[in-house]
Design a protein around this ligand. Structure first.
Ligand SMILES: [Fe+2]
Ligand SMILES: [Fe+2]
Length: 302
């Protein structure tokens, strides 16, 4: 039997039929000895989320997953109503319970090759905010603002603190035995302002390249894609995750949410990787470039 491989993907958004078909067509034989990391944003529709996780479970030895922001949309879902899920916090815990029943990992685990995989729950706050003169900084432009329902104990502005606090009970164990261990962490959200800045710099570079190559207007393409209509940094992630990465010290961190395939190095010893499936229109307009595929994580280099 071949060595276990570890793959990563995020932002499956399987409420789009083509994306669900992509999941369904993944090989039923090639990955039976392998692990896959799914870094959030599968769908807000619980039945489709469960179906997707079941498909991955049938095709991979181990499945690691953390909910993204889309999973916590609850206000418009009839299914949530039927299950008496009243708010986003309840939905989050319902999803974690469901994963437990399905055998999907939402807690740290170790692969057969001794690699530790650590899911980091999160949300966003204003700690990554980078004001830009041409882009609106208004939370009301994001669907989360209307589709999530928070509670008096966990209002929206405390969501990042709430979800990252849930990670704490797993983190203390990494302080002692970090020397010999190979660790991969993953979160749906971006983990620091430094990562946010690296992402923005990479996007500017890509935009400039496209302008240079064909005198096009890539910014219009991005507007069409629907992911750059407001200041993303306001809803991107939280520095609270960075504090946790500093304690865990992984070699690789997988993130999602930003819907752009990229690898980033921000001089902190961690390789940051985003490998989204993304929306169909993002692939059609070319803002997500290469063919949709799982990303194989290689801890020994690029
Ligand atoms: Fe997404
Ligand atoms: Fe997201």
């Amino acid at each position: 039997m071949s060595d276990e491989k570890i793959f990563a993907i995020s932002d499956l958004h399987v409420d789009q039929t083509e994306n669900m078909q992509w999941v369904e067509q993944l090989s039923t034989n090639n990955y039976l000895n392998d692990t896959v990391i799914i870094a959030g944003d599968v769908t807000h529709v619980l039945s489709k989320l469960i179906r997707t996780l079941e498909i991955f479970k049938s095709k991979f030895k181990d499945v690691y997953y953390c909910p993204g922001n889309h999973e916590l949309w609850t206000l418009s879902s009839r299914e949530d109503e039927e299950l008496h899920i009243d708010n986003s916090i309840e939905k989050f815990h319902y999803i974690l319970e469901t994963c437990e029943n399905l055998g999907v990992h939402t807690k740290p685990g170790v692969t057969s090759q001794g690699i530790t995989i650590v899911p980091l729950n999160g949300w966003y706050d204003d700690s990554l905010h980078m004001p830009m003169p041409s882009v609106t900084s208004d939370l009301q432009l994001w669907t989360d603002y209307y589709s999530c329902k928070w509670t008096s104990e966990v209002p929206q502005h405390l969501a990042a603190k709430y979800f990252t606090t849930l990670n704490e009970k797993y983190i203390s164990s990494f302080k002692e035995n970090r020397n010999n261990s190979k660790i991969i962490t993953f979160s749906h959200f971006l983990t620091s302002k430094k990562l946010m800045k690296a992402y923005i710099d990479e996007m500017s570079l890509r935009r400039q390249k496209r302008l240079d190559s064909r005198k096009g207007t890539p910014y219009v393409e991005e507007l069409k894609s629907g992911t750059m209509t407001a200041n993303f940094s306001l809803v991107a992630g939280t520095e609270l995750l960075n504090e946790q990465l500093n304690l865990i010290k992984p070699q690789v961190h997988i993130f999602g949410h930003s819907h752009r395939k990229m690898e980033l190095d921000i001089d902190d010893g961690i390789r940051y990787i985003n490998n989204p499936l993304g929306y169909v229109r993002e692939r059609e307009t070319g803002v997500i470039k290469s063919l949709p595929e799982l990303y194989e994580i290689n801890l020994n280099g690029k």
